[in-house]
Structure formats: C-alpha cells, structure tokens
Design a protein around this ligand. Structure first.
Ligand code: PSU
Ligand code: MN
Length: 305
C-alpha cells in the first residue's frame, strides 16, 4: 500500500520556517465546475493566495495518498475527473486502502491541514444541515469536523440549499465560532446577506489572526468559520437564486437524490437553471476567500514571530 499521507516539500519547508500557508480543497473544484473551467478556477485560487503573500496548499487524494500541497499536475488530474471520489472523513481510509484518486471535502481537507500543521483554509461554502433534516438526518460531516479540528475556514457562509438557522444552531452546539469578516450578518454564498446575525465579527486580518491564535492557545480543539461575503459585483439577485434553489430541491426530491450526491446535484442544477451565472459567482467568491485567507495566514505568521 502507498503512503496514506504526504506533505509536499515546499509546504513542509514553509511550515517549518513559519511562513504563511493556506490550505485549499479540491471537491469545490472537481465537482463544483465543469472541466476545463475547473482548471481556470484552480489557477485563480493559486494566484490569489500567492498575491496575498502566502503559499497555497491544495489538498486531495492521489492514488490513495492524502496529499497536502498537490503539484500542479496533480491538481489538474483531480480537476479533470468530475467522477473522482468525493472524499469526506468517512471515505479517507477507503480511498487510501483502494488506491483511488479523490477530491476532499471541507471535512477531509481540515483533517489533512491540521495533521500537516496548517491553520488557515479557504473554501467556497461549508456544508451544513440540509433542509428537510427532520426526515433525512442529513447533516454535513463538515459541521462535526469544525467541532473537533482546529483549522480556521474562510468561506462565503453556506448556500441556502441548506437550512441556515439550523446550521447556525448546530455550530453553536459544537462550540464553533462563526465570525463575520467585515459583516455582522451571515452571508449566503451567492448573496451577501442571509438575514441571520453572526455572533462575532472582525474587521481586518490582524483581528482574525488574533482570534485564531487565542482559539489555539486555549486548546479548544474546534475550528473557526470566517464568513466573508462575496464581492458586491459578483452577487446574484436574491429572488432569482431562491427560485433556482427551490426548483433544484424539487428536482432532487423527485429524482430521489440523497447522501453525498445531494450537494453536487443541487449545485449542477442551480448552474443549469441560472445559465452559468452561479458558476461565475462561485469562482469569484472562492478567489475572494483565498485572498482573505492569505491575509489571515500572513497576520498569523507575524503574530507568532
Ligand atoms: N457547498 C458548496 N460548494 C461545494 C460544497 C459545499 O456551496 O463545493 C462541497 C464542499 O467540499 C463541502 C461538501 O465540504 O460539498 C459538503 O458535502 P456534503 O453536504 O455531502 O457534506
Ligand atoms: Mn450529507
């Protein structure tokens, strides 16, 4: 069996030297965008992190090895496989033992980042409590991971394909700080405001880094959600997107989609219904989050020095 875990040399060297590193996931790329758009999005994320002064560390599973700091050809390999396994916590050992390729979710990416010693991670939106949870018990493993793994996750909130009030309740129960980045309201991915207040707010990278440092110094064990609204210019019309989400949820129900297939199914349908507008918003918010994460990683490296 190949090694189950590997950190690339450049990421290892940066971490050992105390230089800023930002983890990036691969599910949002491989399953969130059609090829070859996925390649452009990955390149844009890489650039945004570097321009922010940090080293990007894409995370994914390559031939069974959970890898932190994928080489460009490995990112391209995952981004070219829309049917690569979607790997969350429960799938990691199976992917390793069978030598498969896999794109890691927020949960699996947090696990790898924490193990490598990376404190800051940028994604698009976290998973959450699904609408209809009373029937399905569908709660993303991302929320459990946030409750137990000390990695700060910069995201654009969560999509309203989810039950956002219940997602916030769950995060509170699991002791996860949800922190608005320059906002007091939880963003809802394609739109800047969900109408739900967040318990905490920071207004710059230095304040965010102090919070990360305090959370770690207290040994609380949980992650942190930094919720960063997407750029104004990229935001979609709230009524249109809600209608698209309602249609997509209806289609999923009729098609009997559930489990790990549900999130990618909904994202695909929303992209179709909005004629690709949702993909443009998704790409813009990923880049915005990568830039904010880089700023936090740089400030964190400075406050550790
Ligand atoms: N939400 C998005 N875009 C995504 C995902 C979630 O808006 O790409 C992906 C992330 O990788 C997240 C995963 O970790 O889906 C959650 O899947 P599930 O709901 O099956 O736990
Ligand atoms: Mn689920």
């Amino acid at each position: 069996m190949a090694d189950v875990f590997r950190v690339s040399e450049d990421v290892r060297a940066a971490l050992d030297a105390g230089r800023p590193v930002v983890a990036l996931e691969t599910t949002a790329i491989a399953h969130g965008f059609p090829h070859p758009r996925s390649l452009e999005v990955a390149a844009g994320l890489d650039r945004a992190v570097r321009e922010g002064g940090a080293l990007p560390a894409f995370i994914g599973v390559v031939a069974g090895t959970l890898t932190v700091g994928l080489a460009q050809r490995e990112v391209e390999r995952l981004a070219s496989q829309p049917d690569a396994m979607k790997v969350s916590r429960r799938d990691l050992a199976f992917a390793a033992s069978t030598g498969q390729d896999g794109a890691t979710t927020v949960a699996a990416t947090m696990i790898a980042a924490a193990r490598a010693g990376i404190a800051v991670f940028a994604t698009g939106g976290i998973g959450g409590v699904h609408r209809g949870v009373e029937q399905t018990l569908d709660v993303s493993a991302d929320l459990e991971e946030l409750g137990r793994t000390p990695v700060a996750v910069v995201c654009a909130g969560a999509k309203s394909i989810l039950d956002l009030p219940r997602t916030m309740e769950y995060l509170e129960t699991r002791g996860v700080p949800v922190v608005g980045y320059r906002t007091g309201v939880l963003p809802a991915f394609y739109v800047r405001e969900s109408g739900i207040a967040v318990p905490h707010r920071v207004d710059d990278a230095a304040a965010a880094a102090r919070l990360v440092a305090a959370q770690r110094a207290l040994g609380l064990g949980a992650g942190i959600v930094f919720a960063n609204p997407l750029p104004e210019a990229a935001a979609l019309d709230p009524e249109r997107i809600e209608a698209a989400i309602a249609d997509a949820l209806g289609d999923a129900g009729r098609a009997g989609i559930g489990g790990k297939e549900l999130t990618p199914f909904l994202l695909d349908r929303i992209a179709e219904i909005t004629g690709g507008e949702s993909l443009a918003a998704n790409a813009a918010l990923l880049e915005g989050n990568a830039a904010v994460a880089a700023g936090i990683a740089v400030a964190l490296a400075a406050c550790r020095r």
